[in-house]
Ligand binder design. Structure first.
Ligand code: SF4
Length: 370
């Protein structure tokens, strides 16, 4: 059951969302137990592999170049440092690594080759690999799939009606197309939204309606509370009530019984009791580690303490689907072959030079002239 057939219209969803809270949580908890082990919660880590300088204008995002925030732009991390971070995350209990790049879209360049290599390497560590890289086309999605990508994240953020109030540089339709491209490549889809951006409850259920209309709704639905960052257009938004997060998690769980509902950004503003209600209502994942891309998040130890109190256990990777196989990537293999060839040629040239009695010319530096 991908979508709960009891709830088909926006009015029904609104009624569900507005139910007396404990009844809503009870219904969600009952459904959650039918499809998931309620003690298991997946710990995922979200790593910003390329930070800031984004040309888009998402009103909540401190990484948009046009807003004056504290975020410093950084170029793409190296494959080695990503692998190191992935190993750390794994050692701390994370079974999924989500790599985020502040790009409008994926371009077929050296950076993308490196991301493909990161996917291969992290998948080979035995972690579920997710990427969030902006818009991507079918060929790029296929390349990521071949590299072993488990999931592609592309959030719809909010309802189609409210979307234009938050983002103007790309259309809702563009987002739907990217999700479709990931789907066509056989990658699982992670897509969700943000509440607390000034939207109405109608927009929250409107977001869920967008997923209900899909032939294949997302396997993973992150629910974020806005983290209002100074310098962004949404900086003055008041933090959302914890109850609203619980309602949104519960409603999402009931409507999509099989999906993993992820309790994502905004947990620093929630106490453990409210998070516990979210787990009861069907949240099956959190992001672990003290940073969510660029915004704060509870650290590993705090979450470990919460897991111990609540009797939760971290979910092992690939419980819901098989681990993808990382196939060799033609472009990367070509590059490696060329690099090996160049290194060989250099070695031969050096040996030849030594053989011919060549001595490297000494260049006088300013110091040595003195
Ligand atoms: S959310 Fe993504 S696309 Fe939007 S501004 Fe931030 S980095 Fe760019």
């Amino acid at each position: 059951m991908k979508v709960n057939p009891t709830y088909q219209t926006k009015d029904q969803l609104l009624e569900l969302y507005n139910k007396p809270l404990l009844e809503l949580v009870f219904e969600a908890a009952s459904i959650h137990r039918q499809y998931h082990n309620p003690r298991e919660v997946q710990m995922s880590s979200l790593l910003s592999i390329k930070t800031g300088g984004c040309p888009e204008d998402c009103g909540y995002c401190p990484q948009a170049a046009r807003y004056h925030t504290d975020v410093d732009a950084h170029k793409l991390m190296t494959v080695e440092s990503v692998v190191e971070q992935a190993k750390n995350a794994k050692a701390n209990g994370s079974s999924r690594l989500c790599m985020g790049a502040a790009w409008r879209e994926v371009r077929d360049n050296r950076d993308f080759d490196n991301v493909v290599e990161m996917v291969q390497e992290v998948n080979n560590l035995g972690m579920e690999v997710c990427c969030t890289l902006g818009m991507l086309n079918e060929q790029q999605a296929q390349r990521l799939k071949n590299a072993g990508l488990f999931a592609y994240n592309h959030n719809l953020d909010t309802s189609p009606e409210y979307y234009g109030d938050v983002i103007s540089t790309r259309e809702y339709e563009d987002r739907l197309n990217t999700i479709e491209n990931a789907r066509k490549a056989g990658i699982t889809v992670c897509s969700g939204g943000i509440i607390g951006m000034g939207e109405a409850v109608e927009d929250r259920v409107g977001l869920l309606m967008s997923y209900m209309k899909m032939e294949n709704p997302p396997e993973s639905i992150p629910i974020n509370a806005l983290v209002a960052v100074e310098g962004t257009p949404l900086e003055d938004q008041k933090p959302i009530e914890q109850w609203e997060m619980i309602r949104m998690v519960a409603t999402t769980r009931i409507v999509f019984p099989q999906a993993i509902v992820r309790l994502s950004a905004g947990r620093t503003k929630m106490n453990k009791e409210a998070q516990a209600l979210c787990f009861l209502a069907g949240a099956g994942s959190i992001f672990a580690g003290d940073k969510l891309l660029t915004t704060p998040n509870p650290d590993f130890n705090e979450d470990k303490e919460m897991f111990d109190i609540l009797g939760l256990i971290p979910k092992v990777p690939f419980k819901d689907a098989e681990q993808p196989v990382s196939l060799p990537d033609e472009k990367i293999e070509d590059r490696k072959r060329n690099e090996a060839l160049r290194a060989k040629e250099l070695e031969v040239a050096r040996a030849q030079a030594v053989h011919n009695g060549f001595e490297p010319r000494k260049i006088k530096t300013v110091d040595s002239q003195a």
